[in-house]
Design a protein around this ligand. Sequence first.
Ligand code: SAM
Length: 364
Amino acid sequence: MEHAQENEPIMGTDEMLQAQLELCHHSLAYVKSMALRAAIDLGIPEAIQSGGGAATLSDLAGNTGIHPTKLSNLRRLLRVLTTSGILATDEPGDGEAAVYKLTPVSRLLVGAGDSSRNITPLVGVIVNPLVVTAHFSMSEWFTDERAAGVSLFEVAHGCTRREKMKQDPADGALFNAGMVADSRIIMDALLRHAGELLRGVSSLVDVGGGHGAVSVAIARSLPHVRCTVLDLPHVVAGAPPDDKVKFVAGDMFEHIPAADALLLKWILHCWKDEECVKILRRCKEAIPARDAGGKVIIIDIVVGSGSQEPISKEMQVLWDLYIMYVDGVEREEHEWSKIFTEAGFSDYKIIPVLGFRSIIEVYP
Ligand SMILES: C[S@@+](CC[C@H](N)C(=O)[O-])C[C@H]1O[C@@H](n2cnc3c(N)ncnc32)[C@H](O)[C@@H]1O
């Protein structure tokens, strides 16, 4: 058998350079996140919007408080944002005369008010220094004896994510704002299916519904559906009151108020299988039989469902690794099916219509 010589290249030169390019590209992925976060913190998308949808480098410098010595650095930041499709420019060289505009991506980073589709707070939840630091502990978490049974977040910060939010109301408020922003984005798509999803439903409990953005939208759009939000006492205490939605403080592991339908948006992906089964058993106790219209509506990722575009597929598995910081998991269909059966449900239907997430109807 022939052995490769010690100095013999393991691949051709072109292949090696391509591999190096790809590795560096992966290694620098965090720089794109940081550029996005910096653009938001500096108010660049808002400055473009308030300038009528177009701004030059000096307009942006003037409107974002950039120090004069940093003008050329701002151009470098903008070049990453335009190369990534977050902003657009009419001049390939990004020179002094370049005019920067919003793209469909950055249009989601502007606007205020209840009807806005601004997901800046959601980006803040994802690119949060506490979470980024937790991910830095990933290899330690995989191997260290002391990390057995605790989440990545605990390894990094000595407390769970939920404890941290409870201790630090400002941190909790940022998280809740992120959830509200996300809810507003998916509501249009959800409401398109709500007529069918909620046919015959006269009461709905939004389990772990946070500040109630989904319930408020459903109650406005379908006034015959009585909507209740169940969440932990400190979350309910900070929720803005609404005349159409009732807020109930409680623990979904203990008791869920009775309703025709229950909604669990971005809940089960935060919990391990055995905890999901417990929550779903409480759900089953709260709803009527299937032929009386009882159902649980889950909004979460079903890994492998929906678009097969590379960006969607990568998004689903990235989110799976991201949510590992709280010991959460994104599930494939067979994993969902297993927990539904264990919790005593008879059937389910996956409706992959919410971007990288799906609606899952689960029947008792
Ligand atoms: C990821 S957030 C999702 C919030 C909301 N459903 C949404 O998607 O906008 C999870 C929510 O579950 C709530 N939660 C966590 N543990 C809970 C419990 N034991 N009982 C009720 N709610 C709980 C949290 O306070 C938080 O509001």
